[in-house]
Design a binder for this molecule. Structure first.
Ligand code: NAP
Length: 335
């Protein structure tokens, strides 16, 4: 059974911020699944900051997207046809070929998920790659321990909302978040239980962080880089740990960006600053699900998603995520 599918392609590589011209929405015929493949009808897809890096023609830990080809990314969908034992029509699978209605998925890169255990959105957010990033980045990379004062940037975003709540759940002395609007600051304090939160537009981050953490911070979970990283270094206590998870403030830069001007403080304060990639931490997945799924199920760990309706709105959703127009994880409902 061959099907026609709408897909979103990379039309041109962006210089700086992506625009509507970066994307092309078109129809394509999808071949029958070859041995080992599944034909999947996508239901929901994720938009993520790392997709911006893949739009550039630059070697990285993931290959660049190809101009003229459909973009890729996390998605959940329903198996329509299967050539593989263990998968049958009607199964729900998590895989990496979003940005299209129908996907031909290599069964080895598909994982079955159970929609009766958690909503589909959770598999792309708090119980998926996003949640594992928060879990591994906080517990393993930053070596969080009870009593730590934790600061997380982009705290009202997909990863940040989980980092702050996990730190609180695990006995942080104080959890501080920064975000880009007053509404997000209220969300952090009122809905997610952060002790302190501030809008990084409201004055120098260094001053705002110092007010929120007069006794310093022990862990900084960096999603943003730039001024926030410099402020965190300035505020860190001796033996503080920084997880460098992301640097979204520079992803659209067209010129090299300055390093934190106070890196020399790493010496006197004996700080550890360590980059992390979630793909290195697959061995934590079982422990993560065992620990976090019950917190999600009993409502003690909140997760917020902003859902855009329709595949044709995927470019808009991606740009909204990059700009910060939305709380929590940004998803696109395809069907
Ligand atoms: P997200 O935080 O849900 O979305 C991105 C957010 O970044 C926006 O909502 C916006 O929120 C904020 N932002 C944009 N420009 C900014 C700027 N100039 N300064 C400060 N904040 C800015 O995205 P996410 O999926 O949770 O990812 C968060 C970070 O983790 C990203 O840097 C991403 O690349 C990284 N990440 C890394 C890994 C890994 O394995 N290392 C895995 C997943 C994600 P505001 O409204 O608050 O500005």
């Amino acid at each position: 059974m061959s099907v026609h599918s709408t897909e979103v392609r990379l039309a041109a590589r962006p210089h700086g911020w992506p625009t509507a011209e970066t994307f092309e929405i078109t129809r394509a015929e999808v071949a029958d699944p070859a041995p080992g493949q599944l034909l999947v009808r996508n239901l929901l897809m994720s938009v993520d900051p790392y997709m911006r890096s893949r739009m550039d023609d630059r070697e990285s830990y993931v290959p660049p997207f190809k101009v003229g080809e459909a973009l890729q990314g996390g998605a959940v969908g329903e198996v329509v046809e299967s050539t593989v034992d263990g998968f049958k029509p009607g199964d729900t699978v998590l895989h990496g070929l979003g940005w299209r209605e129908y996907a031909l998925v290599d069964a080895r890169s598909a994982a079955k998920v159970d929609p009766s255990v958690a909503p589909l959105a959770a598999y792309l957010s708090v119980l998926g790659m996003t949640g594992l990033t928060a879990y591994a980045g906080l517990l393993r990379t930053a070596e969080f321990k009870p009593g730590d004062v934790v600061f997380v940037s982009s705290a009202a975003g997909a990863v940040g909302q989980v980092v702050g709540q996990l730190a609180r759940h695990k006995g942080a002395a104080k959890v501080i978040g920064s975000a880009g609007s007053a509404a997000k600051v209220a969300f952090l304090k009122d809905d997610l239980g952060f002790d302190e939160a501030f809008d990084y537009h409201d004055g120098p981050v260094r001053d705002q962080l110092k007010r929120a953490a007069p006794d310093g911070i022990d862990v900084y979970f960096d999603n943003v880089g730039g001024e926030q990283l410099e402020a965190a270094i300035a505020t860190m206590n001796v033996h503080g740990r920084i997880t460098v998870c992301g640097m979204i403030s520079v992803y659209n830069a067209t010129e090299p960006t300055p390093a934190p001007r106070n890196l020399a403080q790493l010496i006197g304060k004996r700080l550890t600053m360590r980059g992390m990639l979630v793909t290195d931490h697959g061995d934590l997945r079982d422990a993560f699900v065992r620990e976090v799924a019950p917190l999600v199920a009993d409502g003690s760990l909140h997760h917020h998603e902003t859902v855009f309706e329709g595949l044709d709105r995927a470019p808009e959703a991606f740009l909204a995520m990059m700009r910060g127009d939305g709380h929590g994880k940004i998803l696109v409902k395809i069907a």
